[in-house]
Structure formats: C-alpha cells, structure tokens
Design a protein around this ligand. Structure first.
Ligand code: KG4
Ligand code: ZN
Length: 367
C-alpha cells in the first residue's frame, strides 16, 4: 500500500451504544469522501435503565453489525470487492461491544483476504478534523462527550500528547445527571440547554472545581451534587420546583461547565502554542460540543488567542464509523496493519506516557 494510492476503507464501530458501519474513499490530494455512514443507535433499548447496560449493548451489536455493514455497502453502491481494507474499533470501550466488532472484522478479513486494522476509538474522534477539514498536524483537540473529556495534541495519526482531562465524570454525564435531577428528558444536554435559554445563569453560584490548579485537569462530579442540594433547598422553600427555578438552575449549571472548559482550554492552548505550530488549530468533538454556550465560549477564546476553531458537523462529532475508517486509513498509509491476533481492549489510553486517569463516563470507564 503506497502512501498516496486511492483507498476505499470499511469502518466498524461498536464500543458503546451505537452500532455503526461506514465507507470512505480517499484519493490524494483530494479530501476524503464519505460514501456511507450508517449509525444504528440503541437509545430505546437502554432507556428504562437510565444508562447503557453492557450486556444488552453487546447483544444488540452482535445482532445488528452485519446489517449495518450491508446497509453501508448498499448506500455506497459497493460490494466487499470494492473495498481495500477493514478498520475496526479495538478499544477503549465496553468489552462485549468491542469484541463483537473485532470478531466481525476478523471474519470479514479471513473470508476476503482484505487487510484489517484495529483503531483506537479516541483516535477516531481526534483525527476527525483531518477527515472533515484536512487540518495539518499538530493541532489541539478537546473531546467532550458523555464518556470522554480530554485535551490532546495530535502530532501524527499514531502520536498524541494528553494534556489533561476529567478526573471523574465527563461533562455530558453531568448534563444527563442534572436533567435527571430536574425531571427533564434524556439525553440531558439538549433539554438542559433549552431550559437554560430561559434562565438567569448568575442566580446560583455553583462550584468551578480545579480552576485554582495550574493544569488542564477538570472535575464535574461535585457540580451535580451542588445541583442536587440547590434543588432540594428550593423544593423545601417553595414546596416544589418552580419553572423559573428550574430554568435558572439549568442556566447556572451550564455556565459553570462552560466556564471550566473555557478556562482549561485557555491553559491547554497556551501549552499547545508553545510548540509554535505554523497554522494553530483548536478542534472540538463529542456530543457536548453541540452546546451553543460552550461553543460560543470556545470560539471566542480561539479568536482571542489567534487560533483557528474547528467543530466538525455533529454527526461526525458523535460516535460513528466514518471516523474509524478514516483513522484506520491514515495508519494503513503509514504501513500499519493487524493480523488475527488483534485484541479487544477495554482500556487503551491514546497517550501511553501520560499518568493514568480514572475518568468513568456513564458509558463505562474510558482512557
Ligand atoms: O458523543 P456523544 O453522542 O456520545 C458519547 O458520549 O460518546 O455524546 C452524548 C452526550 C450526552 O451526554 C448528551 O447529553 C450530550 O452529549 N449533549 C449535550 C448537548 N447535546 C448532546 N450536552 C450539552 N449540550 C448539548 N446541546
Ligand atoms: Zn466516542
């Protein structure tokens, strides 16, 4: 496989609660083309349990992955004969789901003789700005979702420096828990944002942990406890939660999350800029990047610091297989490939040299 030959890659993703398959084609020097991007979500399956149930997720992946692959091939107008390689998420994530994907990729590779490559799910998110915008290395990435929260400098398809991240909950998890505490529908992010738009953020003073520490680490678990306490005292005072109180509490919570992420992004950007990149870029990914208040804060910060801000379209910010196909393609071009010994890994830090963090998202402990 030469570095710039045209390549068509099938990607598989099943590390959490989305069963996904996608096909991308890349003929340098053109930008890669997404031929299909199929995501079969499992929200209804887990709705009654208030979180992802790993065994149910794994079974659903095993049942639906081949259907997702068939749909991705059909939408792309291809058969497996038109594919050059198979990329699959090999971790980190819920192990039953990751195994479903790895086993299917091995089966397809054995049956077709196609090369196969295992991809780190976080690398998939982190490399997305190269798929969507052709961003050059090195760039700074903020991953913010229900399961991830970390700053990464991307140096190469297989080389990342982790500057810091959450030491407990992911921000999306905090949004979801806050929504639950205030009896708002899941997923919590959009419903909290809608309420917050009608509220006053200055009404309640909620904690902004770790801002006094001169690093890029964050903590969000104390915030939900503060929301719980404030809610309870409002209920005790008024005999119930009034609409205005709920909206103000949502606005105060959302502002606290955005303030922490913007303040820590300022530090991360300073560390990144010290590398003197020719065209400095700050990119975000993950479902929480959809938050309008957060996005405006990050955009403003990037403008102040003379850095280009990039937020890929939401469908490519949240879990999908196009990002896995792209991350696999980038590594295939570097000559990497895996064989039948490819293992599924529940934990797989992108930056093996960074101190381990026990961030546990609602969707299971990630890297
Ligand atoms: O990336 P994603 O789809 O899945 C993973 O967690 O991997 O992110 C989902 C998370 C949920 O926690 C959801 O509440 C949050 O992203 N989210 C938001 C918004 N839209 C989705 N959080 C804040 N504001 C939003 N507008
Ligand atoms: Zn993800």
């Amino acid at each position: 496989m030469t570095p710039d030959m045209p390549l068509t890659v099938l990607g598989l993703e099943s590390s959490c609660d989305d069963t996904a398959a996608a096909i991308i084609r890349h003929a340098p020097p053109d930008r890669a083309e997404i031929l299909s991007n199929v995501v079969l979500g499992q929200t209804d399956l887990h709705a009654a349990f208030g979180g992802v149930v790993p065994e149910l997720a794994a079974r659903a992946h095993a049942e639906k992955l081949d259907l997702a692959v068939e749909a991705a091939l059909e939408q792309a107008g291809l058969t497996l004969r038109g594919v050059d390689a198979i990329a699959v998420t090999a971790g980190p994530g819920l192990i039953g789901g990751v195994l479903s994907g790895v086993m299917l990729a091995k089966g397809l590779a054995a049956a077709t003789g196609l090369p196969m490559i295992g991809v780190n799910h976080l690398a998939g998110h982190a490399l997305t700005p190269r798929l969507t915008d052709g961003v050059a290395f090195p760039y700074l990435m903020l991953l913010v979702s229900g399961g991830h929260c970390q700053f990464l400098i991307a140096h190469a398809p297989d080389r990342f420096t982790r500057l810091g991240g959450t030491i407990d909950d992911a921000p999306g998890e905090a949004f979801d828990k806050t929504a639950k505490l205030l009896a708002l529908p899941q997923p919590g992010g959009p419903s909290v944002q809608t309420q917050a738009a009608q509220g006053t953020a200055a009404r309640f003073v909620l904690p902004r942990p770790l801002l006094d520490r001169d690093d890029c680490n964050m903590s969000f678990s104390g915030l939900k406890t503060a929301v719980l306490r404030t809610r309870d005292s409002l209920i005790a005072e008024h005999g119930g939660l009034r609409a205005r109180d709920r909206a103000d509490l949502c606005a105060s919570f959302q502002q606290a999350v955005a303030d922490v992420l913007v303040a820590k992004s300022r530090r991360a950007l300073a560390q990144y800029k010290a590398l003197c990149p020719a065209m400095p870029v700050f990119a975000v990914a993950g479902g929480v990047a959809a938050n309008t208040v957060l996005r405006a804060g990050l955009e403003g910060l990037a403008r102040d610091m003379g850095v280009q801000f990039i937020a890929p379209p939401l469908a490519l910010c949240t879990d999908n297989a196009a990002m896995i196909a792209w991350a696999g393609l980038e590594r295939l071009r570097m000559g990497a490939r895996d064989d039948m010994t490819l293992a599924a890994r529940p934990r797989w830090p992108l930056d093996e040299s960074a101190a381990p963090m026990l961030g546990s998202g609602k969707k299971g402990a990630k890297a």
